[in-house]
Design a protein around this ligand. Structure first.
Ligand code: HDD
Length: 682
């Protein structure tokens, strides 16, 4: 994306232009600019002799290579990012002085990094895990980082336990197994012995932890933050991202299989969607609570293991973010970006949530080791788009050449500049919350209910979602070797739902709990993914077709699918072109060796003349798998026998028709539904 980059660049994109280097067509040089005449052979004493120390080019090249790696993030190591823009629908002036949330004419450049939490940098995308959803807004008042997740609550209430929690969920230290998975003893030992985890574990066991796409998951700021308006009045606020494509997931078997067949599934999906112009969109929502209502709820609003049910505190949609540009270089941008929940702008402030307070320390600290010193704000992707001036100097890799002899405040030699800005001039003023109390190492009594909202979550699930949660518990705990831990977990989740705990116990060979249960009957429909938005836009369709296909039919269906915003890809016996009955040539995208049903949202069977028996057998497997993953399957005319062999005709989400108009309409509806849960799988 170098030559044809669009002219309507964001401020950030224009800033990055100064750092972009295109080596194409240039002469090879050393880092000192010296042209290299030979990059094939090291300098030797004689053709078969030893390499000489004086070969500075060899040494420079090798040394740089030897130092190419930096430490991966201690959590969220595997991630993928994109650039975009945020636009505001309506001014938030009554609530916050933040300019980018006041001026609807502004478009704020953003950079978003999605990630898994547990796995190493090279681990698979589709594992069961929380997804990070970190957004850097490059505002004119400085960078604002909303460093969130796709799950609105957290495992622990106080950040002092974060290292313990992460140690428990990461691969076990004695053998570094398992990779990118919570299905092992130490994680579940932590859960059972730190029962504030209950609510988040319910989310982790749900389909939220295996999203279909980064483009189809919600994001949450998790903590309660504070908005402060121009009059100095404050409000409690929670941030939400809502994907316009809806909130959809994979199923476990599919996620598992994808981890092997395409470990890059989510990054590929994001990359290709942006390259193909299907720009991911997320609406920004806020839940706002007046300061006077701080204690009006049956939970503590500062407790990060709690949601504010949307039915009680509605999410007000205030703007939209569109991701419309892939990175030029993953290391320079995605890897070097440094997020920090403490990067705020005037009008956004913190609360006393003890998890948030701990994060305010941890993020700068981690960048110091990961990015090698205190000047990481000068790395192009991290630089604010507004000017920044202070008396900080020196340190490893300092880029700025600060001129003049004054690097202290206050001074007279530089007229006491850089000078402090008043609030009217945009100076940040911490919210003057009144705080009093003894210094204690304690947790408020209001943080002790660990189960009510876990039950609320369970109550809000559809039967399909409940079954998936039970299956996830059975898988995860089935991998736990210690029977004692399995028993402890079952006894713990009896406080969430007795039937669930009994069903888990049966599957994992421990005693079913006799007591427990919950008196919480409330449900929050917003928590069920069944109630999300549905769309066929950008859905991928595997089109299975062989030589001698019906041209008229295929051309019609392909153009209709494309016109509805879907992405059909051609799968046949061999790469190259195939020819239809009327001579139409079609370029093949994949063979069944290079494409699997798990990589697609839907399958369309076209067929053609039937020569290759092996291909037919492989395709029977392909459809069988798509069927067992509840995916829409369509077939027209010659493709219908392929459906009949598997006895899938007439089943929910299986669309067959002779009439192309009807077919296209019904197939589109079936794809829009995402999955057909009413299908019986044996
Ligand atoms: Fe964290 C990275 C999100 C609790 C300490 N965190 C990190 C990233 C995300 C989150 C999205 C990746 C950012 C990126 O893409 O570069 N973390 C969360 C959320 C939390 C949370 C939503 C709870 C509400 N985190 C949390 C706590 C601590 C940390 C309590 C420590 C006290 N998180 C870190 C970190 C990381 C990080 C160790 C690793 C790499 C980095 O910061 O830059 O400092």
């Amino acid at each position: 994306m170098t030559d044809e980059r669009k002219d309507n660049k964001t401020k950030k994109d224009r800033q990055l232009d100064h750092f972009r280097v295109d080596d194409k067509g240039k002469k090879l040089t050393t880092n000192q600019g010296l042209k290299i005449s030979n990059d094939q052979f090291s300098l030797k004493a004689g053709e078969r002799g030893p390499t000489l120390m004086e070969d500075f080019h060899f040494r420079e090249k090798m040394t740089h290579f030897d130092h190419e790696r930096i430490p991966e993030r201690v959590v969220h190591a595997r991630g993928f990012a994109a650039h975009g823009e945020f636009e505001l629908y309506e001014s938030m002036q009554p609530f916050t002085r933040a300019k980018f949330l006041q001026d609807v004419s502004l478009k704020t450049p953003v950079f978003v990094r999605f990630s898994t939490v547990v796995g190493s940098r090279g681990s698979a995308d589709t594992v069961r895990d929380v997804r990070g959803f970190a957004t850097k807004f490059y505002t004119d008042e400085g960078n604002f980082d909303l460093v969130g997740n796709n799950i609105p609550v957290f495992f622990i209430q106080d950040g002092i336990k974060f290292p313990d929690m992460v140690h428990a969920i990461k691969p076990e230290p004695h053998n570094e197994i398992p990779q990118a998975s919570s299905a092992h003893d130490t994680f579940w030992d932590f859960v059972a012995n730190n029962q504030e985890t209950a609510h988040m574990v319910m989310w982790l066991m749900s389909d939220r932890a295996i999203p279909r796409s980064f483009r189809m998951m919600e994001g949450f700021g998790v903590h309660t933050f504070r908005f402060v308006n121009e009059q100095g009045k404050a409000f409690f606020v929670k941030f939400h991202w809502k994907p316009t494509l809806g909130n959809h997931s994979l199923i476990w078997d599919e996620a598992h299989e994808l981890a092997g067949r395409d470990p890059d599934f989510h990054r590929r999906d994001l990359w290709e969607a942006i390259e193909n112009g299907y720009y991911p969109e997320f609406e920004l929502g806020v839940q706002i609570i007046n300061e006077d209502d701080e204690f009006a709820f049956d939970f503590d609003i500062l407790d990060a293991t709690k949601i504010w049910p949307e039915e009680d505190v509605p999410v007000k949609i205030i703007g939209k973010m569109t991701l419309n540009r892939n990175v030029d270089n993953v290391f320079a941008e995605t890897e070097q970006v440094a997020f920090h929940p403490g990067h705020v702008v005037p009008g956004i402030d913190f609360t006393n949530d003890p998890l948030l307070q701990a994060r305010l320390f941890s993020y700068t600290d981690t960048q110091l080791i990961r990015l090698g010193g205190p000047n990481f704000h000068e790395i192009p992707i991290n630089k604010p788009v507004c000017p920044f001036h202070n008396n900080q100097r020196d340190g490893f890799h300092r880029q700025t050449i600060n001129v003049g002899k004054v690097s202290y405040h206050k001074n007279s030699l530089a007229g006491n500049t850089p000078s402090e800005a008043s609030v009217a001039e945009g100076g940040y003023q911490h919210y003057q919350e009144k705080v009093e109390g003894r210094k204690v190492q304690a947790r408020s009594e209001s943080f002790t209910d660990h189960f009510s909202q876990a039950t609320l979550f369970w109550n809000s699930m559809s039967d399909t979602e409940k079954k998936h949660i039970l299956d996830a518990f059975l898988f995860e705990l089935g991998k736990v070797k210690s029977k004692s831990i399995r028993q402890q977990v079952v006894d713990m989740f009896a406080h969430v739902d007795l039937d669930l705990a009994v069903a888990i116990a049966e599957g994992i060979g421990v005693k079913p709990p006799q007591t427990g249960g919950s008196n919480i009957t409330k449900a929050s429909p917003a928590l069920s993914q069944i109630n999300t938005t549905y769309s066929s836009l950008s859905r991928t369709v595997a089109v299975i077709v062989t030589e001698g296909f019906n041209d008229t039919e295929l051309e019609y269906v392909l153009s209709s699918l494309k016109a509805s915003g879907m992405q059909p890809e051609i799968i046949s016996e061999n790469l190259g072109t195939i020819t239809g009955q009327r001579g139409t040539q079609l370029e093949v995208d994949h063979t069944h060796l290079t494409a699997d049903s798990v990589s697609f949202d839907a399958v369309y069977m076209v067929r053609g003349s039937d020569k290759n028996k092996k291909f037919n057998k492989d395709i029977a497997y392909f459809i069988d798998e798509a069927f067992s993953h509840y995916k829409p399957i369509g077939a027209t005319n010659e493709g219908i026998p392929w459906i009949e062999i598997n006895k899938f005709d007439g089943k929910p989400g299986v669309v067959t028709a002779q009439d192309m108009n009807t077919f296209v309409q019904k197939f589109n509806e079936a794809i829009t539904k995402h999955r057909h849960w009413d299908r019986e799988i044996v």
